[in-house]
Write a protein that binds this ligand. Structure first.
Ligand SMILES: *[C@@H]1O[C@H](CO)[C@@H](O)[C@H](O)[C@H]1NC(C)=O
Ligand SMILES: *[C@@H]1O[C@H](CO)[C@@H](O)[C@H](O)[C@H]1NC(C)=O
Ligand SMILES: *[C@@H]1O[C@H](CO)[C@@H](O)[C@H](O)[C@H]1NC(C)=O
Length: 556
């Protein structure tokens, strides 16, 4: 059962000398998915059929390795997208373009977004400040063991690819809500396609697939930052989700959240993935999308880290991978003003110049919008977040607020302490947890009823501990950090910060990936006879043990 699904990615490691993950670790996430037995059985059957094909593919790989060597084979397989061991003209295209220096002129975007001279256009400006490399963990040892080549795509990316670009108002049609969409009810502009059963998309790619339909506008917007945006991330949750936040007679305000990433390398270098935590923003557009009043898109920069980076340094996708997190101060697109007609007609239908005889551009006057219904920015952001991360149906409070609330309600604190963020794409460590146990209904119910939940970055607590702030906050942070081990620690605490129970995520994932037979032998956990996903059962056990130890110590 543990091998029935695609391999999990290797665990995060900030340590340049880290060993490849042990096989058990790699297999563990698979077992986490145990809940849906039927589906797993189906995959297992398919897997058996695939074994023969695998053996043949392995033999082909073997002989290719002899001919090309590791790096050569890597380059070859990154181009061989259908993995048939032959390079077709289509697959060779990126190399041909690189060698001949020719870039195809007519891009697919222009094909899909034809220009109509009578429509309104919108100018969008990109503001970009490069990633601060000193915020990367690997900068602490001066990027020891990281080849300059690996980081060259990152170091070279100092400006936005297009500082400004002109769009037709109509191109923003994909942001229009579906008919009858209610205020605050999220919908998917680009639905995610990954699930625990599909696994993740290959790391071993350089060029984004041609965007289709609603992906085109997102691709073009993100392409203003860098020429190789992938509108769908390799890992779940991917896609673009939106939410109607205000309605007037003729306008909508739509807030959105995009999970997308960039490929900073090109052959012959190895892939380097740059994954901002999220892109968010809003658009105010007329109900027929002929006029855009306002548009903004940005990577939030209020936390100390907001970008995940992963790069390969060898032919194996699973073992030759480096990971780091960093901070990008600014990555933002904004409309310079509302969309305006490119051609202006006078009352008789004659074209008039959009510049006055003095050379001054015509000034447009825009009607004031009277909103009937409005949703707060915070509420909309929360709904988009829950759409991406169902585990957020439980409220996760900021660290110190959680302890204040726990004191007021006399409850225990359920806390997750991690190296990277739990609720965006900037860290993979939390992915397995949030996509399985933390969103399972029995866990959601127990957390909601009996705990105050919070999660924090290790770096935030380290800062809290050294700041000249409240001694109480310093103590809370200290008690937490004492119990922390890399990469993720789950803790149950009293309102005064004393930790009554804790478990490390790697240990948790290892024990839950044991087969039920192992479990009986080692007697680590006794499972209820009812069919339950082992990781959910184990997390349940962890929470209940926390309650057992903590409840008697709460103030009566
Ligand atoms: C980075 O820039 C240098 C100098 O412009 C160039 O030679 C090199 O090819 C670039 N590298 C990448 C990965 O773009
Ligand atoms: C949490 O509890 C509140 C109050 O009992 C309830 O209204 C809400 O629906 C619950 N949420 C979840 C996710 O169970
Ligand atoms: C918190 O309260 C418990 C139970 O009253 C007590 O044993 C513990 O020492 C307290 N911890 C701190 C840090 O005050």
């Amino acid at each position: 059962m543990a091998r029935a699904l695609p391999d999990e990615r290797r665990p995060h490691s900030p340590d340049p000398g880290a060993q490849p993950a042990p096989p058990r670790r790699r297999a563990r996430a698979l077992a986490l998915l145990g809940a849906l037995l039927a589906a797993i059985a189906a995959v297992a059957a398919a897997r058996a059929c695939a074994l023969l094909a695998d053996a043949q593919a392995a033999a082909r790989q073997e002989s290719a390795l002899k001919v090309l060597g590791t790096d050569g084979l890597f380059l070859f397989s990154s181009l061989d997208t259908d993995q048939d061991s032959y390079i077709s003209p289509e697959e060779f295209k990126p190399i041909a373009e690189k060698l001949t220096g020719s870039v195809p002129v007519a891009s697919y975007e222009e094909e899909e977004l034809p220009h109509d001279p009578s429509e309104e256009t919108l100018t969008i400006e990109a503001r970009f400040q490069p990633l601060l490399t000193e915020t990367m963990t690997k900068s602490k040892d001066g990027f020891l063991g990281v080849s300059r080549l690996a980081l060259s795509g990152l170091r070279n990316w100092t400006t936005a690819a297009s500082p400004n670009a002109v769009f037709a108002a109509r191109h923003f049609r994909p942001f229009l809500p579906p008919p009858g969409q209610e205020l605050g009810q999220p919908w998917w502009i680009i639905p995610g396609e990954l699930s625990v059963f599909t696994g993740y998309l290959s790391n071993n790619r350089f060029y984004p697939p041609p965007p289709k339909g609603k992906e085109v506008i997102i691709h073009r917007l993100l392409g203003m930052f860098h020429p190789r945006p992938f509108v769908k991330t390799r890992f779940a949750p991917q896609g673009t989700v939106a939410c109607l936040t205000a309605v007037s007679d003729s306008y909508y305000t739509v807030m959105f959240r995009i999970h997308a990433e960039f490929q900073l390398s090109e052959p012959p270098d190895f892939p380097f993935w740059f994954s901002p935590g999220q892109f968010t923003g809003h658009i105010i557009l007329s109900k027929d999308a002929t006029h855009i009043r306002d548009f903004r898109l940005f990577v939030p920069n209020h936390r100390s880290l907001n970008v995940d980076m992963e790069w390969l340094y060898g032919a194996s996708e699973t073992s030759n991978m480096e990971v780091d997190i960093g901070y990008i101060p600014q990555m933002e697109l904004e409309a310079v003003g509302p969309s305006v007609p490119s051609v202006i007609l006078d009352e008789d239908g004659n074209m008039i110049d959009s510049r006055l005889p003095s050379g001054e551009p015509l000034q447009f006057v825009f009607e004031e919008i009277k909103w009937h219904q409005e949703l707060s920015w915070e509420e909309a952001a929360r709904r988009l977040e829950v759409a991406m991360y169902p585990f957020k149906k439980v409220n996760y409070l900021p660290f110190t607020e959680a302890f204040d609330r726990a004191k007021a309600e006399n409850k225990l604190v359920h806390s997750i302490l991690l190296w990277g963020a739990l609720d965006d794409q900037s860290c993979g460590s939390g992915r397995t947890l949030r996509e399985t146990v933390l969103e399972s209904p029995p866990i959601l119910t127990l957390l909601n009823e009996s705990f105050i939940s919070t999660w924090s970055l290790v770096k935030e607590l380290e800062d809290l501990q050294t700041q000249q702030g409240s001694p109480l906050h310093r103590q809370l942070a200290g008690l937490h950090l004492e119990k922390y081990s890399f990469p993720v620690e789950m803790l149950i605490c009293l309102p005064n910060g004393t930790v009554v129970h804790h478990i490390n995520a790697n240990y948790f994932l290892d024990i839950t990936s044991m087969k039920p037979e192992d479990m009986e032998n080692t007697n680590v956990f006794s499972f209820s006879s009812t069919f339950e996903d082992p990781s959910t059962a184990t997390y349940m056990q962890f929470l209940r043990e926390g309650l057992r130890r903590g409840l008697p110590l709460l103030q009566p």
